[in-house]
Structures are given as structure tokens and as C-alpha cells.
Write a new protein. Structure first.
Length: 65
């Protein structure tokens, strides 16, 4: 992980926090930054339910920011 890529994730979180209701942000954005590969930020969720729900609810939103 480079600082630049970690910074990209932190900025994405800041934007999401300002646009997503607080309760949803707390519930669904509990992800850990893992790395950056082929132009994609890699994240880790504590469980598959969180991962699947995040992908379903927010993957398009995150691509846009």
C-alpha cells in the first residue's frame, strides 16, 4: 500500500460520509483498505454479508466518486 492509494480511500470515505446518511455510513462502510490493483481499490469486510450488501448498495456510488 502506498500513501497515495491509502489517501484515495480516505478521501472516498470523506465524500461518502458527506453524502450517505450517518446510520448507513456507520453500518455499511466498516471496510478495511487492503491495497490498490489495476486501478481498483481493494477492500476487506469482516464478513460476506457486509461485503455483499456494500457491493449491492454502494459499488456504483463509489465508482462515481
Amino acid at each position: 500500500m502506498t500513501d497515495d492509494n491509502g489517501t484515495i480511500w480516505q478521501k472516498a470515505l470523506e465524500i461518502a460520509k458527506s453524502q450517505v446518511p450517518e446510520s448507513e455510513f456507520i453500518m455499511w462502510f466498516r471496510l478495511s483498505y487492503v491495497g490498490f490493483e489495476n486501478g481498483t481499490i481493494l477492500l476487506e469486510a469482516n464478513n460476506t454479508f457486509l461485503r455483499d450488501q456494500f457491493v449491492r448498495k454502494y459499488s456504483q456510488f463509489m465508482k462515481e466518486i
